[in-house]
Structure formats: C-alpha cells, structure tokens
Design a protein around this ligand. Structure first.
Ligand SMILES: Cc1cc2nc3c(=O)[nH]c(=O)nc-3n(C[C@H](O)[C@H](O)[C@H](O)COP(=O)(O)OP(=O)(O)OC[C@H]3O[C@@H](n4cnc5c(N)ncnc54)[C@H](O)[C@@H]3O)c2cc1C
Ligand code: SF4
Ligand code: SF4
Ligand code: SF4
Length: 546
C-alpha cells in the first residue's frame, strides 16, 4: 500500500513469466494526465489535485502544497473562508459519498503559511515595463501579484484609505478576519508592488500618460448601492447595505434601531441582516419578492442567518415607509416564475430599512477614453481581458461575469498573462486542455469509505454578541484526513496497481522524481487490465500504430 494513500486499496506485484509480445497486439496502454473536474471548475484556475497530492504527505508536504497553490492564487487563507467553492460541486467524490472539503484544506494551508511566515517566490528578471493597476481589491491584487512575478514593475492606485476592496468593505469580519486578509496582502506587497492609497483615478488615459505606464489593469469593482424608489417620510432611516458595511469598517456606529428590515435576497442582504443582529437589532427581517428557492443568496448563508435569528419574508415587496411602519405588498409568481403584485398589503414595524438590491460600478475613469465599450453598466473586454482601448485591460466586478472574489482573482491572473504577452509583443496561448476525468473514468471500488471532516461553528448565542469568526478551521489531523480523501482523478498517484496487476510484467517503475511508470512495449499484449484496475483513470488504451 502506498504511504500517501491510506484510502486506496492496492494490489501485489504480478509474478507471471512474461513473453515477448510479437506483432499481434492491436491496442496498447499509455499513461495520461486528465483534467480533474475540481480544477476545471475553480475560477482561479488552481491545480487542486496537484496541491492536495502534496498535502497528503503531511509535514513538509504542506509547504510544497502551499507553493503549488499560490502559483495560481495568492490568497488560500481568504479563499478557504469566502470562496463559494464551485470546485466541490464538481468534485467526483461527491458521487461516491461527499465531495472533498477542498476549501477547508485550502484554508488550513493558508493559515499554516501565515503561522510559519512562508514568503512568496520572487519574480522573473525585470522586463523594464511598468503597469498601472487601478483598485486594490482581489482582482487588482491578483493581477499585481502575477505581473510582478512575470517581471513587470507594478504600481496600484487605490481610491480608498485601505487595501482589500470588498474583502474589507463588504465581507464582514465574522466571515473573514482582517488580520488573515492583511497577512496575505502584505506578502504580495513584499514582492515590491508599489501601493498608493487615497489615490483615485479619474481618467485612466491621463494617469497612464502622467505616470509613464506601458499598460493598465482596471479593477474598480462595483460599489454604488442600487436604490429603489420607496415613498418615505422624512424621518425614516433608509441606508444601502454596502454603505452600511463600509461605514462600520471605517469605525462608524450605524444607528439602525431595534427593528431592522433588509430589502433584497442576495448574499449582501444576508450579511447586512447578520450584521444588524450583531449591532443590537432584536428583529432583523429580510423582505424578498420571490421565493426561497429563487433567492440568489447561497443556501448555507440563509441557514446561518436563520440560526442567528434573522427572519425571512418571501414573496413581498416594500411599498412605502412611514411613521415607523413599512407597507409590504404580497407577490405571486406567474407561470414564468416572475413575481407579480397582488394588491394585498400588510404592515411591518421597523426603525430602519436597509436596501440590498445590488451594486453598480463607477466607471467615470473611462468616460473620456476612446474605444472602451460599456454595456448594461459593465465594461466589455475581449477573451484576452483587453478593453477596446489598446493596452487597457479590465477584470473583476466591473466586467460581465459572476461577482465573486474567486472570479476576480482568476481575472487578475488571466489578464496578467495577456498583459505580459502584449508587452512583449506577442499573444498568450493557453496550453491545450486535457480530457476531463469524469466519474466514469474512475475505478471507485479501490477507494475506501471516508466521511468528510466537518468544520465546527461558533454557537449561535455567541455569534450575535460580536464579530468573532463563525466557522473554525480544521486541525492538522482533520486537514490531512480530508486531503487524503481526494481520489486524484485522472492523475497517477503511484499506487502500483498497474505494476502489480500486469500479467506480462510490462510495467516499469521509473523511480526518478516526476517520472512514474512506463509501459515496456516489447511485453505489453494490449490486454487492458492495467486500465481496468487503475483507480483514477490515468491509463488509456490507444490503437496500435500501423
Ligand atoms: C457584502 C458583500 C459580501 C460578499 N461576500 C462574498 C463572499 O463571501 N465570497 C465571494 O466570493 N464574494 C463575495 N462578495 C463579492 C466580492 O467581494 C466581489 O466580487 C469582489 O471583491 C470583487 O473584486 P474586485 O477586485 O473586482 O473589486 P473590489 O473588491 O470592489 O475592489 C475594487 C477596489 O477599487 C477601488 N476603486 C474604485 N474606483 C477607483 C478609482 N477610480 N481609482 C482607484 N481605485 C478605485 C475601490 O476602492 C476598491 O478598493 C461580496 C460582496 C459584498 C458586497
Ligand atoms: S478558490 Fe474556490 S473554487 Fe478554487 S479551489 Fe479554492 S475553494 Fe475551490
Ligand atoms: S476527488 Fe480530488 S481530484 Fe477528484 S474532483 Fe475531487 S478533489 Fe478533484
Ligand atoms: S497509473 Fe493508475 S494504477 Fe498505475 S500506479 Fe498510477 S494510479 Fe496506480
């Protein structure tokens, strides 16, 4: 049994007397590396299978795993806390028992790196080129990191007084402690990225000219809270969720009162409601015009909010707000699933109304710049992340895409590769994508049952009394266990099964680092037993060359 894989059963080495195969074989076995579905689904393009493989060794394997991970994403401790982990929705193990807790191992590695003080590797030889990054949110920071490692001199202009963007001014501390975020940002700055705070860019073309920059990456996010017209008395308190969360982060003490209504059904509404409870609201009531099933907020966020006493009113809209009373209208879904007014109303007592209806981007910095196209309030970019203005690239919340930290980080990486190629007078070509390692390519018989290691949570009573982190990380034993649950889909993990099972002893063990096995074609009869018995689908039969 392999030292790394306690959860896979392996076979003994074959002892048959092998014969030279002659010329009758019509198929032969070849080793392949397929694309694991987790890797394919990660918006930051992490090689998850590869870093989990390193982590499975424990000890020194953790640092190797972390180094492998940060090649794609410099924020494992942040990701392990806030990423909605689409990788786990795609994980093949989910069809066997439960998906591997990729985010929890990622968080463990990120926290371990902070604890141990691991630093990022320095960049390539200086290219002599200068790039301006606008905005120090996840997308801008990711681009700055990758561009620096590619040898370019990067300066970030950030309008606000602190780094982090919505990781600081949106996501509350009880989900992302600020010391964790700052530690991962500091490491990027230590590579030599220049950061200028309180430096709002008002015209990108002018800023590039004035600073002598060769290219720019725009990542200004979407910070303007969308308003809805709600007829209200003058004394009524209406605030938008992002201003509320941002104000709190800047040290303001928002006066919301004891009864707070939150209008909207997204993740921001959940964070605003949970924050209101922490600020002392007895009643935090979310009003949403559709049903729970159609709510954009993730199920786990709704559950966590409910555990903290947040109440939900589905199929209702806010009509007016006067004398401490909200008038709510009941809605009905039509056949197409759209909410339609019914004319029936009811009242809800409230001291304040928080609008959580989405955000828009402030695109004033590109207004006078020729060539840049804006549609539906977002900047259009090509497949290389370049806007219609040569040398100006953009990503994150300000371009058309899902608005998450991970998508922003992925855009930063992708844009950096294209900016690098553009600065060097070429075009970046993504390497060809290997075939997907689907569940059907696995031989799951070889894997033992292993229930997922769950993260513990702060008890509900303690949650609402402050901003302490709610979800705890895994300890080392559990993180190691969780890493070892990975099936290594489509990539050999050296279990020796092919070596053991081949009736003709045609499998040669190479042993050198990075080299695994080779098929001795003088002996392979093309029986395909190795393919049948490989747990992870890392061998395939190909037609014999004529
Ligand atoms: C309440 C809330 C909770 C969220 N929770 C999650 C979550 O749990 N998980 C998740 O994945 N995503 C979450 N998101 C979404 C996520 O935060 C964003 O998608 C992500 O931060 C976008 O990154 P960005 O770099 O594009 O922009 P931002 O993070 O918005 O950063 C943009 C930066 O640009 C600066 N800037 C703006 N204009 C200028 C200018 N003209 N000049 C210079 N600087 C400028 C801003 O000050 C800001 O620092 C949440 C969002 C909110 C609002
Ligand atoms: S960043 Fe998100 S999607 Fe990518 S590996 Fe981490 S948890 Fe999964
Ligand atoms: S089992 Fe491992 S390699 Fe396969 S999809 Fe899940 S995390 Fe990825
Ligand atoms: S190719 Fe498959 S069977 Fe052979 S050692 Fe690798 S994982 Fe095991």
């Amino acid at each position: 049994m392999s030292g790394r894989k306690p959860y896979a059963i392996t076979l003994d080495v074959g002892s048959s007397l092998a014969n030279h195969t002659g010329s009758w074989r019509d198929e032969r076995a070849v080793y392949v590396d397929r694309m694991p579905p987790c890797n394919d689904a990660c918006p930051a393009g992490e090689n998850i299978q590869a870093w989990l493989y390193e982590a499975e060794e424990g000890g020194e394997g953790y640092e190797r795993a972390w180094r492998r991970l940060v090649e794609d994403n410099p924020f494992p401790a942040i990701m392990g806390r806030v990423c909605y982990h689409p990788c786990e929705d795609a994980c093949n193990r989910g069809q066997l028992d439960e998906a591997v807790g990729i985010h929890s191992v990622e968080r463990f590695l990120g926290d371990e790196a902070i604890r141990q003080g691991w630093q990022l590797d320095a960049g390539a030889e200086p290219s002599g080129k200068r790039v301006l990054v606008v905005g120090a949110g996840p997308s801008g920071l990711s681009a700055a990191y990758h561009l620096t490692r590619l040898g370019h001199a990067v300066t970030i202009h950030e309008a606000g007084p602190m780094v982090g963007g919505m990781m600081r001014f949106g996501i509350p501390r009880y989900r992302l402690p600020r010391d964790v975020m700052e530690a991962e940002v500091e490491r990027i700055l230590a590579l030599g990225v220049e950061l200028e705070l309180n430096r709002k860019v008002t015209n990108i073309a002018e800023s590039m000219r004035a600073g002598g920059f060769d290219a720019a990456f725009l990542a200004v996010g979407a910070h303007i809270g969308r308003r809805a017209y709600v007829p209200a008395g003058e004394a009524e308190r209406i605030v938008d969720a992002v201003s509320l969360l941002e104000g709190l982060e800047q040290g303001e003490k928002p006066l919301l009162g004891r009864r707070v209504a939150i209008y909207g059904g997204g993740n921001t509404a959940m964070d605003a409601a949970r924050t209101a409870r922490r600020l002392g609201a007895r009643d935090a009531v979310v009003v949403y015009r559709r049903t729970r099933e159609r709510m954009p907020a993730h199920e786990f966020e709704v559950e966590e909010a409910e555990e903290e006493g947040v109440m939900m009113r589905w199929l209702q809209t806010v009509k007016s707000f006067e004398d401490g009373r909200l008038v709510l209208e009941r809605m009905e879904l039509d056949e197409d699933g759209f909410p339609q007014p019914t004319g029936e109303t009811e009242e809800l007592e409230a001291d304040s109304l928080v609008l959580a209806l989405g955000q828009e981007a402030d695109l004033s910095l590109i207004e006078d710049v020729p060539g840049i196209e804006v549609e539906h309030g977002v900047v259009q970019v090509g497949s290389n992340m370049m806007t219609g203005h040569e040398g100006v690239f953009a990503g994150g919340d300000m371009v058309p895409a899902e608005r998450t930290v991970t998508v922003g980080v992925g855009h930063g990486k992708k844009a950096a590769r294209h900016i690098d190629a553009w600065l060097r007078g070429g075009a970046y070509e993504h390497p060809p994508r290997p075939e997907l390692a689907t569940f059907e390519t696995l031989n799951t018989w070889y894997y033992s049952d292993a229930p997922r290691a769950e993260q513990s949570q702060l008890e509900a009573a303690r949650r609402t009394s402050g901003f302490e982190e709610v979800v705890a990380g895994l300890d080392e034993d559990n993180a190691l266990f969780e890493a070892r649950r990975c099936l290594s889909c489509g990539n050999c993990f050296s279990c020796d099964n092919c070596y053991g099972v081949c009736p003709d002893n045609a499998v040669i063990k190479l042993g050198a680092p990075g080299e695994r096995y080779e098929i001795d074609l003088d002996y392979c009869k093309g029986c395909g037993i190795c393919v049948e018995e490989c747990p992870c689908g890392a061998i395939e039969m190909v037609p014999e060359e004529a």
